[in-house]
Design a protein around this ligand. Structure first.
Ligand SMILES: [Zn+2]
Length: 303
């Protein structure tokens, strides 16, 4: 299924990539007379090239600014394809992108398919800690940092008040299992309460379809509350995250894509139950290995 450009109001677009699973994220863009601001890049050279072409077709303009909602490689790997564009992120996101760049490209052997191509994440040249406003002709894009660990340690939303559109990055997954390798379980729930206060008419999630019905946020928060509950029970019983994950009844969440993320999510919940600080790192390689074990083989990826 091909990605689609969704017009959300004059000059404001979402770029929605089915099926929203591993490394298949959404982005969005705002068009002005002298160029375009994109909210996020994509995960691979091929996907980011297709996105760049879609922007050019819709606007006739080139991208002069790339906003990174957070550091994850699906949202940042393609940044290098935007050439001389100014890259903007929270200062925490910049640190995370910079640290990842210094480590070099991850092997991505946990996936059954991933063809990165010739791209790399670029750390921001403009950073902020709380809020930064961009202006595209008369249209304001307010960038608001969550300010504490949530999905990652440096999440940002992009709010276009004149169109009542909120680009949430991965603070919202619509129809897929949310992913908590980094960030904070308690912090993510706080961020959802904070996010609701924008009272947007239209939400562009980091993965899954654009939506207007806030029950999507209720469902996600319900999942995180459920995760806290089952993790507390398993932790008290001394059951390891992978064993707990194998025995869990995912109930209403069983139909979501990427169910193996429950393993990472339980590790994050356990870390917090053990008194670990919000945003403290997990052993990413070890946790991905457990997800592959849970899945019975490499994780499904179409990127
Ligand atoms: Zn993410």
């Amino acid at each position: 299924v091909k990605p689609s450009v969704v017009e959300l109001g004059t000059d404001v677009y979402a770029y929605v990539q089915p099926d929203g699973t591993w490394m298949v994220n959404n982005a969005g863009f705002v068009v002005g007379q002298s160029g375009v601001v994109t909210i996020d890049a994509l995960s691979t050279e091929a996907r980011t090239r297709a996105y760049r072409e879609a922007i050019a077709n819709a606007s006739g303009e080139a991208v002069h600014t790339v906003v990174q909602t957070h550091s994850h490689p699906d949202h940042t790997a393609g940044t290098s394809l935007f050439g001389a564009a100014t890259v903007v992120s929270s200062s925490v996101c910049r640190s995370e992108v910079d640290a990842a760049a210094r480590r070099g490209p991850a092997p991505m052997t946990m996936f059954d398919w991933y063809e990165r191509g010739d791209v790399h994440a670029v750390p921001a040249s403009v950073t902020f800690s709380d809020r930064l406003d961009l202006h595209v002709d008369d249209l304001a894009i307010e960038l608001h940092a969550v300010g504490h660990p949530a999905h990652t340690n440096g999440d940002v939303v992009a709010w276009v008040p004149a169109r009542s559109v909120l680009f949430t990055g991965d603070l919202i997954f619509n129809g897929g299992t949310p992913f908590l390798m980094g960030g904070s379980l308690a912090g993510w729930r706080d961020a959802l309460a904070w996010l609701r206060a924008f009272d947007a008419a239209t939400y562009v999630p980091g993965h899954g379809d654009v939506f207007t019905d806030v029950s999507v946020i209720d469902t996600l928060d319900g999942y995180l509350a459920w995760l806290q509950r089952v993790a507390a029970e398993g932790h008290a019983a001394g059951v390891a995250p992978l064993d707990l994950a194998r025995d869990l009844d995912l109930a209403e969440y069983a139909s979501w894509s990427d169910p193996e993320r429950i393993v990472a999510n339980l590790h994050r919940a356990y870390l917090e139950l053990d008194g670990g600080a919000a945003g403290a790192p997990l052993n990413v390689a070890a946790v991905f290995e457990e997800m592959v074990t849970f899945n019975g083989g490499p994780l499904h990826c179409i990127a």
